[in-house]
Write a protein that binds this ligand. Sequence first.
Ligand code: ZN
Length: 54
Amino acid sequence: MTVDPSTATADDNATVECPYCGSTDTEREHPKGPSLCRSMHFCADCQQPFERFH
Ligand SMILES: [Zn+2]
């Protein structure tokens, strides 16, 4: 299966580091609202939600 690089977003499967504790044990949550330039994540380590801007 080939992936079109023009539509694939590298961030989607990238590991996101928690800005609070630096853990990479984070989950991406589905974005809410019209703002698609940022995504919500949740750190399983320190139980903190955080946003990541693209
Ligand atoms: Zn954390």
